[in-house]
Design a protein around this ligand. Structure first.
Ligand SMILES: C[S@@+](CC[C@H](N)C(=O)[O-])C[C@H]1O[C@@H](n2cnc3c(N)ncnc32)[C@H](O)[C@@H]1O
Length: 237
């Protein structure tokens, strides 16, 4: 088994292990800001009514569900994830019309099992940090977008403000694994969360990765004093 396959397997089983408590911990550890961050991401996607959307790393479905809240209803949202149990929880949360509109599909971001050039928009919330090959994931999302299609990525970041940054480190290194461990029974997953956020090529570095994958008109904006960042770009050929 290659190291990429091994990382992918570890990430998948970690998310499947914490799945039951994932939504609760997201809300608690972010002070419920995760809801506002997803709302900002959906706004940045600026989808039109009737669009076909892709949600990579859909997990328990909160980003896709947020995309259904606006007036401009997408025609269909295809959610792709490696963690089947996370998607099982997401499926249970999608009721009424959302059940018809959101489809959960097993698959990897780096080799999306989808046709090229069909999606009007693609989005990822808190997922790219976990991809085994971020550049390959971005290239794959570029491939499946239509010309003119837009990608929005929401990801956690380390705040840049010199006063807030050390407080954030204290919180992320000590409080998050403790609370995460207490509630999910898996402190290691919440230690991984902090390590992966610190290792992530955030802001300008991620924008460069997006451009390397072919996206144009790229940009990013910090949210909540830089605890999260929303990135966007377009496929134009
Ligand atoms: C932190 S969760 C985010 C879930 C959801 N997007 C949200 O807003 O809460 C990250 C999700 O990405 C999935 N994931 C990680 N690596 C992936 C990959 N290479 N391909 C597809 N999904 C992946 C995980 O299984 C997990 O469900």
């Amino acid at each position: 088994m290659s190291t990429d396959d091994e990382k992918s397997r570890r990430i998948r089983s970690m998310f499947d292990r914490i799945g039951r408590r994932y939504d609760l911990l997201n809300h608690l550890l972010s002070g419920y800001s995760d809801i506002l961050w997803r709302r900002s991401a959906v706004r940045a996607l600026d989808a039109s009514a009737g669009d076909l959307l892709l949600d990579v790393g859909i997990g328990t479905g909160d980003l896709a569900l947020e995309a259904l809240k606006g007036k401009r209803q997408p025609r269909l949202i295809i959610g792709v994830d490696t963690a089947l149990q996370m998607m099982g929880i997401g499926r249970k949360k999608t009721v009424d019309s959302a059940r018809q509109t959101i489809r959960f599909v097993g698959g990897r971001a780096e080799s999306l099992p989808l046709r090229s050039g069909v999606f009007d928009g693609a989005m990822v919330a808190f997922g790219v940090r976990n991809f085994t090959d971020c550049a390959a994931g971005l290239r794959c999302m570029w491939r499946v977008l239509k010309p003119g299609g837009r990608l929005v990525v929401l990801e956690l970041s380390v705040p840049r403000n010199p006063v807030i940054r050390p407080l954030y480190h204290l919180y992320a290194r000590y409080v998050m694994p403790w609370v995460g461990g207490l509630i999910s029974g898996d402190a290691e997953a919440y230690r991984y969360l902090q390590v992966s956020v610190e290792a992530f090529p955030e802001r300008e570095r991620f924008r460069t990765l997006m451009e390397g994958a072919g996206f144009v008109d790229t940009g990013w904006r910090d949210l909540s004093l830089g605890a999260a960042t929303v990135y966007w770009g377009e496929k134009r050929i």
